[in-house]
Design a protein around this ligand. Structure first.
Ligand SMILES: Cc1cc2nc3c(=O)[nH]c(=O)nc-3n(C[C@H](O)[C@H](O)[C@H](O)COP(=O)(O)OP(=O)(O)OC[C@H]3O[C@@H](n4cnc5c(N)ncnc54)[C@H](O)[C@@H]3O)c2cc1C
Length: 354
């Protein structure tokens, strides 16, 4: 389609903002408009002001590999670490052997129990990682400003981004989207317009219909610290075995805890966060003199479950039953881990499919 007039992108997460970027490149004559339901951009990957901790905070610690070529185009940070350390809470030992912690690493990448991850997902991961040099396995983790490091560079080229604009419904005429319905506005979609859905899987199925997925939960806790705290081996990032939490990340003023695929019924309340703080002190070999301010961020639908059943439900391409609708979003990339890299790659695929 050469004469596209307007491209409407629904969703202002990483996939939606990337779709805006790639659309501007491929169709410079077209008007690009992004509609986001929330007040912040970035979706599951955003920076917000935490009243509780009185600092700007990322909604979760996000890890990106240096070898992730889509993410690398936009990432404004060169703050990579070589390798994570691992700590065995039972033996009180650290090591750097990734292979002995494969289960922890796979669960963190796919947010799914290692044994039930679809083998096609594992294969995709191996294909993407195998040729990489050690330098490409270096790790970036977000230290409070995903906004500066990723979100702002992604939206730089898109002028029309509308926040607080949740799409409520659509009208279909002859297998095409003919109207987008927002709370106080309706937009007619003309023959030379395109719609990109960059919604998460749950909201996509609510609005456009289609398959329903099962989801897995991720919980992060951020403890506010007055300075950068030391972990064993002076590690910035520590994978933990046998404690009930997976990773510790230090920044200049927080310690972040991440737990992937956490039990759906576990009550992640203040007592639980305090118990985790005590374990962190034990790892640091100090007495828990006081409990710092902390914030728990709980995502029951952090990603779709990436087992065989759910992975097979993911679309095979960006095209769908409606001729003028193209799909983006981490969940649309069959076999890929649901991550930032998949979200950006999906946006590139959606725009190239037009
Ligand atoms: C706790 C947590 C930890 C994670 N850790 C990592 C990590 O370490 N590394 C990594 O690479 N990835 C990680 N991820 C996954 C990563 O955040 C996602 O894969 C990525 O952000 C998905 O982007 P997206 O644009 O596809 O979806 P989303 O970010 O979900 O974007 C969808 C957007 O659509 C908007 N929306 C919803 N309904 C409507 C509507 N009706 N109208 C308009 N807009 C709507 C939403 O508000 C949202 O902004 C993590 C995710 C979570 C939750």
């Amino acid at each position: 389609m050469a004469n596209i007039k307007t491209i409407y992108v629904i969703g202002g997460g990483i996939a939606g903002l990337s779709a805006g970027y790639f659309a501007r490149k491929r169709f410079p004559q077209a008007e690009i408009k992004i509609y986001e339901a929330g007040k912040n951009l970035g979706g599951r990957c955003q920076t917000f002001y935490s009243k509780k901790l009185d600092i700007e905070l990322d909604n979760a610690t996000h890890v990106i590999l240096k070898g992730n070529k889509y993410s690398k185009q936009f990432l404004q940070s060169n703050d990579f670490i070589n390798t994570p350390f691992f700590y065995d809470f039972e033996k009180h030992l650290t090591d750097i052997n990734r292979f002995s912690h494969a289960e922890l690493i796979l669960r963190s990448i796919f947010n799914t129990d290692g044994k039930s991850i679809d083998w096609q997902c594992k294969l995709k991961l191996a294909q993407k990682l195998f040729p990489y040099l050690p330098s490409q396995l270096k790790i970036y983790y977000s230290k409070h400003s995903l906004k500066k490091d990723l979100i702002l560079p992604l939206c730089k080229k898109t002028k029309n981004i509308f926040n607080n604009m949740p799409l409520r419904g659509i009208e279909i005429t002859a297998n095409r989207i003919s109207k987008l319905i927002f709370p106080h506005k309706e937009i007619k979609i003309h023959a030379d317009d395109i719609v990109i859905s960059a919604l998460d899987a749950h909201n996509y199925s609510k609005i456009f219909g289609g398959v329903k997925f099962e989801y897995n939960r991720i919980v992060n806790i951020f403890y506010r610290t007055s300075q950068k705290l030391a972990l064993p081996n002076n590690a910035d990032m520590l994978g933990i075995e046998h404690t009930g939490f997976d990773w510790l990340f230090v920044t200049d003023n927080t310690i972040g805890v991440t737990i992937s695929n956490i039990n759906k019924n576990l009550c992640c309340n203040n007592d639980w966060a305090i118990a985790i703080w005590k374990k962190i002190c034990e790892i640091r070999q100090i007495n828990p003199a006081f409990i710092p301010a902390f914030q728990i961020l709980d995502y029951p639908r952090a990603t779709i479950m990436q087992d065989k059943i759910n992975n097979r439900k993911r679309p095979n391409s960006a095209k769908c039953e409606y001729k003028n609708l193209f799909l983006a979003g981490d969940w649309t990339m069959k076999n890929w881990p649901c991550c930032i890299e998949a979200a950006i790659a999906s946006a590139c695929r959606a725009i190239n499919s037009i």
